[in-house]
Design a protein around this ligand. Structure first.
Ligand code: SF4
Length: 399
């Protein structure tokens, strides 16, 4: 498996696969063809179907337009075989194409194509299933974050420290921003009012309201193109920070414990990214919100001192109970149902942690099996439920 540095990425929303990935691809193509007189970029499949709402064209133009005129061609009905998020970059001189590159945005801001070899991706981790890693934990008397440190080296803590700083900044910004989100749906931000109202509640209601507020704060920042951390994607970036932020502000966990919880969350996200997908266009929202919930549940369970088996159980429940979740964003914007979905999944991650912590950790369905099932389910979903905005809520709720 690759480093957690390839999972937690800092960038601007609203979509890691539809904004961050295409922007990175444009930057790489520009490095390859700095003298082009014009560019043509064809977007295929899901990238074309929801690219306008996700600002894909703007992300590409921001890189290429300052250098040369750039034409964006939309081909939503053409799905290239490698992945639903295909892009063809063409560089032109004297009106003729002299270089072209077909590349795919495969989720979480990552790029790949048929020529990408496993060796191109630096494999930091030798084990890539939770079963193997959990066995290692029990054999060595250690836990998940220690496996992360063993593979990544001690430098990973500085990296995660910066990730946590950005996550906190996003929450704090989101709690203080008001107004209507861009895109035309006229969705008003809710994080600040949820946070203010949380103060008039007590106990479990106050806890719920705060978790919702923190997740909304991040998801709303993402929807407005603000700076976020992919966890594992932009669309699902509110779940993990909301859960950890609530735990750190309501209990006195040392910062190093928070970073260890982030490492554990990252490890579970990495296993899904390696063995299946974190792309809504490939496996639906179960691969984004479902995986975010699993990561957050694992982090919470780690913070509460869960055993490796309990942590796995919490993560397994976080993903299992999102199996089959479709991706059908209204008007192609990462707003409805995405923003609320972050808040509800954050609360669900808490429930999964509580349930697992009350158990002795034994459970019938392993995390790896749920990842397999998620993969199969995602590939059996018709494409209209995989980030094309052609089915589900996107079809019934139109503006
Ligand atoms: S519905 Fe889920 S997968 Fe689809 S854009 Fe929204 S958050 Fe991402």
């Amino acid at each position: 498996m690759e480093s957690l540095r390839e999972l937690f990425k800092i960038g601007n929303g609203p979509s890691s696969s539809h904004t961050m990935g295409p922007k990175r691809a444009a930057e790489q193509f520009l490095e390859r063809c700095p003298d082009a007189e014009a560019f043509r970029v064809t977007l295929y499949g899901s990238l074309a179907a929801t690219g306008r709402g996700h600002l894909t064209d703007k992300a590409i133009e921001a890189v290429l337009l300052p250098v040369a005129p750039t034409e964006i061609v939309w081909k939503a009905n053409v799905i290239l075989p490698f992945h639903p998020n295909g892009m063809r970059f063409e560089a032109l001189r004297n009106g003729e194409v002299y270089d072209e590159w077909v590349i795919y945005s495969i989720g979480g801001g990552a790029l790949a194509n048929e020529d990408t070899k496993p060796a191109d991706k630096k494999q930091i981790y030798t084990m890539s299933t939770i079963e193997e890693i959990k066995d290692w934990c029990y054999r060595e008397g250690k836990t998940y974050w220690e496996y992360v440190e063993e593979c990544e080296g001690k430098e990973i803590w500085d990296f995660l420290d910066n990730i946590w700083t950005v996550m906190c900044e996003t929450i704090e910004r989101g709690l203080n921003n008001d107004g209507v989100l861009p895109g035309g749906l006229k969705v008003a931000r809710k994080a600040s009012t949820y946070f203010v109202k949380s103060k008039s509640f007590t106990d479990s209601l106050a806890t719920r309201a705060k978790i919702y507020a923190y997740a909304l704060a991040v998801a709303e920042e993402n929807a407005s193109g603000g700076k976020v951390v992919t966890a594992p994607t932009c669309g699902s970036c509110g779940v993990l920070p909301a859960v950890i932020y609530h735990l750190t502000t309501s209990r006195e966990f040392l910062r190093i414990r928070v970073l260890r919880a982030l490492a554990t969350a990252g490890l579970f996200g990495n296993v899904v990214k390696t063995n299946s997908s974190i792309s809504g266009a490939e496996v639906g929202c179960q691969g984004e919100i479902g995986v975010a919930c699993a990561m957050a549940a694992a982090a919470a369970c780690q913070l509460f001192g869960g055993t490796p088996a309990q942590i796995e159980y919490a993560a397994e429940m976080g993903l299992e109970h999102h199996l089959g979740l479709t991706c059908d964003p209204v008007c192609g914007l990462v707003q409805v149902p995405c923003i609320e979905r972050n808040a509800i999944a954050a609360a669900r991650a808490f429930d999964a942690n509580t349930y697992a912590t009350l158990s002795d950790g034994s459970h019938l369905v392993s995390f790896d099996k749920v990842v397999d099932v998620m993969h199969e389910t995602g590939h059996n979903l018709p494409s209209l439920y995989r980030e094309t905005s052609e089915g589900g809520l996107a079809k019934k709720v139109q503006r």
